[in-house]
Design a protein around this ligand. Structure first.
Ligand SMILES: N[C@@H](CCC(=O)N[C@@H](CS)C(=O)NCC(=O)O)C(=O)O
Length: 200
């Protein structure tokens, strides 16, 4: 399997899932500025909307959208318990978190990477994020991971919290979130993924 990625982007989440799964994988870096991959491929031929992550399966099929990719990876190694079994309420809880992270956190954070987004919009987004971070802080104050045991949702949240650090969004009023970030960072598979992206 090959993961198309940009260092530190949301593709870090499936990268962590692959490392946690202990699967064989290769990485191909994409350049945001040119939408070309390191082997010279036009990335729009991989994903027509030009976004990482994209996972190339052994038969050449391409899977996109982080929440789908991480569940695909988790289901390849059920013995690693990276996702609860399909059809259980716990699996819907995982999907609830993945959807929350993608629609309520990821999409609110992305505009902060653009200088063209007006400050007024960023202020409104910060107000929206505050309620959502408070919710996460409450849950992670009660147990170590979103589903109590580590799952692919935690690799995704870890990735998004890393952006806050980079964007200088202050999370100090959410101590359970900063503790969670440190806890996930210490996992050997997460260290491996961070090293492979040149982030540490
Ligand atoms: N809905 C997509 C969003 C992916 C996404 O936002 N990717 C960003 C990096 S974090 C990207 O590749 N942006 C490049 C672009 O928009 O051209 C997912 O959840 O996988």
């Amino acid at each position: 399997m090959k993961l198309y990625y940009v260092p530190g982007a949301c593709s870090l989440s499936p990268h962590i899932a692959l490392a946690e799964a202990g699967l064989d994988y290769t990485l191909e870096r994409m350049d945001f500025a040119t939408h070309t991959t390191e082997s010279g491929r036009n990335f729009y031929d991989v994903n027509p909307i030009g976004c990482v992550p994209a996972l190339e399966l052994p038969d050449g099929e391409i899977l996109t959208e982080g929440p789908a990719i991480v569940q695909y990876i988790a289901d390849l190694v059920p013995e690693k318990h990276l996702a609860p079994p399909n059809g259980t309420l716990s699996r819907y809880r995982l999907q609830e978190w993945l959807n929350f992270l993608t629609s309520e956190i990821h999409q609110c954070l992305s505009p902060f990477f653009s200088d063209e987004v007006p400050d007024k919009s960023k202020t409104l987004l910060l107000e929206r994020l505050a309620l959502r971070f408070a919710r996460l802080n409450q849950v992670l104050g009660q147990h170590d991971y979103l589903l109590r045991e580590f799952s692919v949702a935690d690799g995704y949240l870890f990735t998004l919290l890393g952006w806050c650090d980079y964007l200088k969004i202050d999370l100090s009023m959410y101590p359970a979130l900063t503790a969670f970030h440190g806890r996930v960072a210490a996992r050997p598979a997460v260290q491996k993924a961070l090293r492979e992206e040149g982030l540490i």
